[in-house]
Design a protein around this ligand. Structure first.
Ligand SMILES: NC(=O)c1ccc[n+]([C@@H]2O[C@H](COP(=O)([O-])OP(=O)(O)OC[C@H]3O[C@@H](n4cnc5c(N)ncnc54)[C@H](O)[C@@H]3O)[C@@H](O)[C@H]2O)c1
Length: 382
């Protein structure tokens, strides 16, 4: 199948590469010319375990190519996947300008039937908006499908190649058949392709991410309570997690959830609820607790140094929002760095993948070291 992937970031590059790995011809398109040039010259732009190998194989074999021209990318494609950013707008709701901008453009250049697939995380009703934006100018038939992506950075290739489930929102039989064919190689082991309407698919993604953020936050609250009551959260975690109904995952307390998805998705779901006058109380509490959690270690550090951090050198080990990624969007470590610097501490950091991205952000305000903790007064593994 010929596929165009619009947006070549974490989701677009992984999706495009994995679709080419199953024999499809994939053209990835991005407005970032430097990114496209780098990818076209055979160099990968993100760190994701296992991705480089299949990226190189498929670019060499000509199944995976890159362009900045949307028109060229979609010309022969049966499917056009949108893997575009949906960052929080000023009021916290998902900003759809990238998606709707591309939809508008697509309407003007479609020359035959295509399935437009929304892989980005978008609020309920976006498929309808995309359909309307394309229909304004389109002279041919098309379908819009909601196919939210569930890959996790750090294990994205595995998640994509062997997904727990694939959620596909469409009411069109023609689109359903095509999506079924496209995903068949990825669900050979029997994991489900779950077909539903577009709105339910859109909400499924927000519901899943908000539930996971809530689980993390609940455990962070339990950890705070353990500190006050003298219980050991690690034992509580083990005791709780062995109950099948609860499960062992997402019960590790820490300095809050971060990354490019949970914070913005919890916020956007809250906004969607607000728009229909629904008071989604849990989400407000989750956001409030997580905000505080990012600096949860500060009081302990102050106490340790008698409220004087001036001149103290503190090492932060781990900068990305989780292991095995170079993505530092909304990484809690960045909040810790700001707080420590504001109190006069100096900060030495190490991360195997994310140091370059942090360097670009904070420059020489902190030092970047090899994996050594020599001369540090305190080491924190984040
Ligand atoms: N990163 C994740 O782990 C993850 C997982 C599941 C879902 N998602 C969702 O997927 C979507 C994309 O996330 P991401 O992390 O891949 O974002 P990203 O920022 O890494 O990538 C987006 C890409 O789109 C490009 N772009 C912007 N406007 C464009 C245009 N008009 N035409 C072509 N390209 C354009 C950007 O240059 C960038 O390369 C978001 O909605 C996100 O919530 C992300």
């Amino acid at each position: 199948m010929k596929i165009a992937v619009v947006g070549t970031g974490y989701v677009g590059l992984v999706s495009g590469t994995c679709f080419s790995e199953t024999g499809n011809e994939v053209i990835c398109v991005d407005i970032d010319q430097k990114k496209v040039e780098k990818l076209a010259s055979g160099k990968i732009t993100i760190y994701e375990p296992g991705l480089e190998k299949i990226f190189i194989r498929n670019t060499k074999e000509g199944r995976l190519t890159f362009t900045t021209s949307l028109e060229d990318a979609i010309k022969d494609a049966a499917v056009v996947m949108l893997a575009l950013p949906t960052p929080p707008g000023e009021d916290g709701s998902a900003d759809l300008k990238y998606i709707l901008g591309v939809a508008d453009h697509l309407g003007k250049i479609l020359t035959d039937y295509k399935v437009i697939v929304d892989k980005s995380t978008v609020p309920v009703g976006t498929a309808e908006k995309v359909r309307a934006a394309i229909a304004k100018n389109a002279k041919v038939e098309f379908d819009v499908v909601s196919n939210p992506e569930f890959l996790r950075e750090g294990v994205a290739v595995d998640d994509f190649m062997k997904p727990d489930r694939v959620v596909i929102g469409t009411t069109s039989d023609r689109a359903k058949k095509l999506m079924n064919d496209l995903y068949a190689p990825f669900v050979r082991q029997g994991n489900p392709l779950i077909f539903m309407d577009e709105k339910s698919a859109e909400l499924t993604k927000y519901a899943a991410n908000s539930f996971l953020a809530t689980k993390i936050t609940f455990m962070n609250e339990i950890a705070s309570l353990c500190e006050l009551l003298g219980a050991d959260v690690d034992m509580v975690r083990k005791g709780m997690g062995s109950d099948d109904r609860i499960g062992r995952r997402f019960l590790f307390p820490g300095i809050g959830y971060g990354g490019s998805c949970f914070p913005k998705d919890v916020q956007a779901l809250g906004k969607s609820a607000e728009e229909v006058n629904y008071n989604f109380k849990i989400l407000d509490a989750v956001m409030e607790v997580n905000e505080k959690q990012k600096l949860h270690l500060m009081p302990a550090i102050r106490t340790y140094f008698n409220n004087d951090l001036k001149g103290k050198k503190i090492a932060l080990w781990g900068l990305a929002f989780k292991p095995n990624t170079d993505d530092i969007r909304e990484a809690p470590a960045l909040y810790m760095i700001d707080a420590l610097l504001a109190e006069g501490a100096s900060v030495a950091t190490y991360d195997p993948e994310a140091m370059n991205n942090v360097k670009q952000l904070v420059g020489d305000k902190i030092t970047f070291v090899k994996a050594s903790t020599k001369h540090c007064r305190m080491l924190m593994r984040l």
